[in-house]
Design a protein around this ligand. Structure first.
Ligand code: TXA
Ligand code: MG
Length: 329
């Protein structure tokens, strides 16, 4: 048994930013909001801090992390930008886009964070709290989503606390994260390839590139394979309760995750009903996805019926996360 460990929670103000930076410098673990989901931050150049981070998340060590930096200039110290990567960074940073790029020769990010790959995932978040911490820290911060491995990503400080209390040093509470699903990941190693649909819709990216994104060679990476984007592990985003997708009606004892103005048949008998977006808005639905999944998971229903959700825009990321949450484990 290690000594009891207290996780502090601070409202995001100037003092909390200072506290976060001191903590990161000392090799600590700090959860903070980004526009997508809460990240669990560690000094990207500190191998020991990163080892603690893997330990706190219970994450398989082969799963590489995203290095977060304050701006494109800082990103250039870590990664090489070819023409198309440059275009995407100019168009969408700061924002919910992660680029997987060739590492620079002098890249200061610890080998453990990139799991020995010669590519690196880099992101410039636009959330003001993330921006302030990155600017004040002045070094890259690795930040996976701040949940235990295999759980859904946290969109509030309370979600982070529920998963990581006693395992991390500090949570900077900046309210709910506006986008609600993780960043879109594009590899620019060859033709730009969509590794993970996310908070930036594919259509926006293809408009800037003026061509369709390449698809990864296999839809889903096997659990113990050398992963291209281990976020693609089939059952990565998992509530405990079984999910039943594209449900047209609710069975007895089920909870309902609804979408749109008209509820599925049988909803009056549901154990609990939460609507991702009553007006059928995919942006609102993404923002509600993980907190609604958590709340329905806690309802003790025999399963969660999920109404069909359109696949366009942010619907691609929403359907992707739901498919993972429903994958057999
Ligand atoms: O929105 C987000 O991206 C959040 C916030 C906190 O920034 N972060 C996040 O990190 O979702 P994480 O660790 O939960 O997911 C990062 C994904 C993983 O699936 C990882 O395998 C993939 O990025 N990844 C990281 N480096 C990679 C690389 N060099 N090549 C391919 N995939 C990589
Ligand atoms: Mg994650």
């Amino acid at each position: 048994m290690t000594a009891p460990f207290v996780t502090r929670v601070s409202r995001a103000d100037a003092a909390a930013v200072g506290d976060a930076v001191r903590c990161l410098k000392a090799g600590g673990l700090v959860a903070f909001p980004t526009e997508t989901v809460y990240g669990l931050g560690a000094d990207a150049t500190d191998g020991r801090a990163i080892a603690r981070l893997y330990e706190a998340k219970g994450r398989p060590a082969f799963n590489p992390l995203i290095a977060h930096v304050a701006d494109l200039a800082a990103a250039r110290a870590l990664a090489r930008f070819e023409a198309e990567a440059e275009k995407l960074a100019e168009a969408f940073w700061p924002g919910p886009l992660t680029l997987v790029l060739p590492k620079t020769a002098g890249c200061p990010v610890a080998e453990l964070a990139t799991a020995g790959l010669d590519s690196i995932a880099v992101r410039v978040p636009h959330h003001p709290v993330a921006q302030k911490i990155l600017a004040a820290f002045g070094r890259p911060i690795v930040a996976p989503s701040a949940n235990r491995s295999g759980h859904v990503s946290p969109t509030t400080a309370a979600h982070v606390l529920a998963d990581l209390r006693g395992r991390i040093d500090l949570i900077v509470d900046g309210g709910s994260t506006p986008v609600g699903v993780e960043s879109t990941i594009i590899a620019c190693l060859d033709a730009p390839m969509l590794l993970r649909p996310g908070g930036l819709p594919r259509e926006d990216i293809e408009r800037v590139l003026k061509r369709p994104l390449a698809e990864p060679p296999t839809g889903i990476v096997p659990e113990d394979d050398a992963p291209l984007a281990p976020g693609m592990l089939a059952s990565h985003y998992a509530p405990r309760t079984r999910l039943r997708l594209d449900a047209e009606r609710v069975e007895t004892g089920e909870a309902l995750l609804a979408f749109g103005p008209t509820l599925a048949a049988g909803s009056e008998n549901a154990a609990r009903v939460l609507n991702l977006s009553q007006r059928g808005d995919l942006i609102e639905a993404a923002a509600n996805l993980f907190s609604h999944l958590r709340a329905l998971d806690a309802a003790g229903a025999k399963s969660i019926a999920v109404m069909p959700i359109p696949h366009d825009g942010l619907g691609e990321a929403i359907n992707d996360r739901l498919a993972r949450a429903a994958a057999p484990r």
